[in-house]
Design a protein around this ligand. Structure first.
Ligand SMILES: [Zn+2]
Length: 250
């Protein structure tokens, strides 16, 4: 009997699942990427001639976050990031030679110069800024046409601490100075390969001044009069709802 593996099969940011959002079982092939160092769970890109089985569909991974448990979503997120990393490291970034897949580790190795390329995550800070006891700063992205208001976020730059990144992003995007910057939690976020690192900070000084290329509106909202916020499953949603609960309880 053939051994079947549970498969994360992606086409871009979509994953193959059945009507109940369960993964298919497939026969493993050599190019599959093992997940969790076992052959029981694998990841691959949809093969060119692969036929989508009856009852299966390609669902955007962003939708799965609202259906799946956090553990399930994290594993899918790991699978898609590892696949993307492997796809983008077919050549050595040091000498340009074609790379080979390391037999045991998540590494692409260069047979010519022995350079090892490992998967990388991009640290990205996200900050909930509060003012007084009952106001939260929310900002609308200039790139997003919806009416959703989110939190200030951005990539950590080379040579910068996380706290400095929080201060810099807040100043660049909305012109505010912050105090009492404190770590809250983190979440891997596979769009495409970020580690979201969440902070709470308090407003210190300044008037809101928008960086218009990034932000189309930003305001301090009363916690009982919030606009539309990011979807459930995102770290921003968890941060905002948690803060509102804390403020209401205090
Ligand atoms: Zn090389």
């Amino acid at each position: 009997m053939t051994q079947l593996s549970l498969a994360y099969i992606f086409q871009h940011q979509k994953l193959l699942v059945d009507e109940k959002f369960q993964l298919p079982q497939v026969e493993k092939i050599a190019s599959d990427l093992p997940i969790h160092h076992s052959d029981q769970v694998i990841a691959r890109d949809l093969l060119e001639d692969e036929i989508i089985p009856d009852g299966y569909q390609l669902v955007p991974i962003r939708e799965l976050i609202q259906t799946w448990s956090n553990t399930e979503f994290l594993q899918a997120s790991r699978a898609i990031q590892l696949l993307e990393w492997r796809r983008n490291h077919k050549f050595c970034s040091h000498c340009g030679h074609a790379t080979e897949i390391h037999p045991r580790e998540y590494a692409m190795i260069c047979p010519a110069c022995a350079y090892h390329q490992y998967p990388r995550v991009q640290p990205c800070i996200i900050t909930i800024i509060t003012k007084g006891d009952d106001e939260i700063l929310l900002a609308k992205s200039a790139h997003n046409k919806s009416n959703m208001y989110g939190l200030i976020a951005g990539f950590v730059e080379v040579g910068e601490t996380l706290e400095e990144a929080v201060q810099r992003e807040a100043f660049e995007e909305v012109g505010l100075k912050l105090k009492n910057v404190r770590y809250l939690s983190s979440q891997p976020w596979p769009f495409p390969s970020n580690l979201m690192i969440a902070f709470h900070a308090e407003y210190e000084s300044g008037d809101i001044e928008l960086q218009l290329e990034e932000i189309s509106d930003a305001q301090f909202f009363k916690i009982d009069q919030l606009p539309e916020i990011p979807f459930k499953g995102s770290i921003a949603h968890a941060m905002i709802t948690q803060m509102v609960e804390n403020k209401k309880a205090s």
